[in-house]
Write a protein that binds this ligand. Structure first.
Ligand code: HEM
Length: 547
């Protein structure tokens, strides 16, 4: 009975995949005239080159050889687009954003295990969430978070001091940045301490589980695209969970285990506040009513919402999981990247330390206020330039919900030699807006666009950048995406980066670890690994006391 049901689900999914593939192979598409790389296997198309851990050169090759609108082959004969043309990006993220909708990769996969609520990426949840949270991460609220950021980061500093006080030590900076960013989001926005700056604490399990996700996500392709969307909402969550428990497929089981840890942690965070409010515990209720952090705003606004606009308990959990996941790995990847770059650029590291120490002297202590933090010019330039050249999420994915015309900023030379000013993108096409290629577009940023030069932000950006009207929410960059599903934490992330850098660079020097070459892996999020040990995400650097 058990295996019959599991077999039935699989057979249905596979049958559907074959039908869709055959249709795609024999159907001519308006995208056929666009330039694009040759080849690509039937099974994986070009995806096994675009989505591999060392795809950096291939992305650059696509941009340099075929331009800003590139046709790719997707899995099972599908056609897909790789895009970074500014006008096209504007349509994808702003003008036609309702057509270029998010695919719900992990949400769908996680929905199989725990119902649809675990990850808040579904369109329905975004609608309900509406403007509920838009003000939570505004500049005014950031100001109040600075003291908490310092409290947390000083714990990190003390841990490093204990490790290197007598001699330089090799430290896995990525691990400590993950712990720090998790604790920062916990204390500043969830009213929760993960205690992640203590060795071997429970949230270490959380970060460890989440670190497995990019690899598992990759292994779920192409089932993620062809099978999961059709089966993820069959029956009740309990039924789906039962089916998942009986499918002997390792990546799905590992995904189930990650989802379990996320759900348990989110429950730990939100459960006590919810229960206290339901039981009329006035002290906690007042705390929620009066507080203005993410969780309090969410609970408060949700109490006010009615009917269909109200998030269910499951969806509230999803908001917490999404926030924690979205806030932690992205920011830790970014700040780790800055420290790695500085370890290879001693002059820039010294210059930044000098700027930070001068600011400390001016304020008479080692805690800068919000205004000082956001106005240190070299610190700002280092952060922005790193986020430009090394976006932690190099690309995203959208899927067209109906046929749509996508216009270009400049004509594209078609395969037949004609000039194309736009293209009809059929319903159901996967579109990959490339944040990386947009941030490094030589037409906008100049011939040194692929070089790390913080000074460009101090000298003033060229008009080619400022006039391009890119749809990104931040600084002419696509790093934090744009439109309705843009990053809501982009200011918070940069403030966190600045506090961590001010605290660490004041006290410590960072140098490459002896004999260990680092490779940055391009997965859903970019993570570092030591060459020769690519299965483990880590960033060992030599840390010593600064003079
Ligand atoms: C350097 C750090 C960060 C980077 C590079 C980053 C990048 C992004 C990007 C690219 C997206 C949009 C993805 C898409 O359109 O497909 C996004 C969404 C989001 N980000 Fe960030 N983010 C960062 C930090 C944060 C922080 C600190 C928070 C929370 C405080 C946060 C919360 C979110 C949320 C809630 C979403 C929406 C998720 C969804 O709809 O699925 N992010 N982020």
């Amino acid at each position: 009975m058990i295996s019959e049901l599991a077999r039935g689900v699989l057979t249905f999914g596979i049958g559907w995949a074959i039908f869709k593939s055959l249709k795609r192979v024999f159907w001519r598409s308006p995208l056929d005239n666009l330039p694009g790389p040759p080849g690509g296997s039937f099974l994986a198309g070009h995806f096994n080159r675009v989505f591999t851990v060392d795809a950096w050169d291939y992305h650059k090759h696509l941009a340099m050889t075929y331009g800003s609108v590139v046709k790719l082959r997707g899995v099972f004969g599908a056609k897909a687009l790789f895009v970074y043309d500014p006008k096209a990006l504007h349509h994808i993220f702003i003008k036609d954003q309702h057509i270029f909708d998010k695919t719900e990769g992990f949400a769908i996969a996680a929905g199989l295990v725990w119902g649809e609520g675990l990850f808040a990426t579904s369109g329905e949840q975004h609608r309900k969430q509406g403007k509920m949270l838009s003000s939570v991460f505004s500049g005014a609220r950031m100001r109040n978070m600075v003291p908490t950021f310092y409290d947390v980061t000083h714990k990190l500093r003390d841990t490093f001091l204990a490790k290197v006080s007598t001699s330089p030590k090799e430290i896995d900076v990525l691990d400590w940045m993950s712990r720090t960013t998790l604790e920062l989001i916990g204390q500043s926005n969830l009213g929760y301490t993960f205690e992640s700056l203590a060795e071997d604490s429970k949230e270490h399990t959380y970060t460890r589980e989440l670190k497995k996700f990019p690899d598992i996500y990759a292994q779920l392709t192409p089932a993620r695209e062809y099978v999961l969307p059709w089966v993820y909402n069959i029956g009740t969550p309990a039924f789906r969970r039962w089916v998942v428990d009986h499918i002997p497929w390792k990546p799905l089981r590992e995904l189930r285990d990650i989802a379990d840890v996320m759900k348990a942690t989110s429950n730990d965070i939100i459960g006590p506040k919810q229960r206290a409010m339901q039981e009329g515990n006035e002290a906690v209720a007042d705390q929620v009513r009066g507080g203005d952090d993410f969780l309090n705003v969410l609970l408060r606004e949700n109490m006010k919402a009615s009917g269909d606009d109200r998030l269910t308990d499951e969806e509230l959990l999803g908001q917490v999981s999404t926030l924690t996941h979205a806030a932690m790995d992205t920011t830790s990847s970014a700040v780790s990247r800055v420290l790695w770059l500085l370890s290879h650029n001693v002059d820039a590291q010294n210059k930044l330390r000098e700027e930070i120490r001068q600011a400390h002297d001016m304020c008479g202590g080692d805690r800068l206020g919000y205004d000082e933090l956001v106005s240190l010019p070299f610190l700002d330039a280092v952060c922005r330039e790193t986020l430009r050249l090394h976006p932690p999420a190099p690309t995203t994915v959208r899927e067209t919900r109906e046929d749509v015309i996508l216009p270009f900023s400049k004509p594209v030379r078609g395969i037949d030699g004609s000039e194309m000013y736009d293209v009809l993108v059929p319903k159901g096409t996967m579109v990959f807006p490339s944040f990386l290629s947009s941030n490094c577009d030589p037409d906008l940023w100049g011939p040194d666009s692929y070089e790390w030069k913080p000074e460009r932000w101090i000298e003033g950006l060229p008009s080619s950048v400022t006039d391009a009207k890119l749809p990104g929410v931040d600084s002419h960059l696509m790093t934090f995406s744009g439109g309705k599903s843009a990053c809501i934490g982009f200011k918070l992330a940069q403030l966190e980066m600045k506090v961590v850098l001010c605290v660490l660079l004041d006290k410590f020097k960072f140098a490459p670890a002896n004999g260990k070459e680092i490779e940055w892996k391009m997965a859903v999020l970019v993570t570092p690994a030591v060459v020769g040990e690519l299965g483990v995400t880590q960033l060992p650097l030599e840390v010593s006391l600064a003079d």
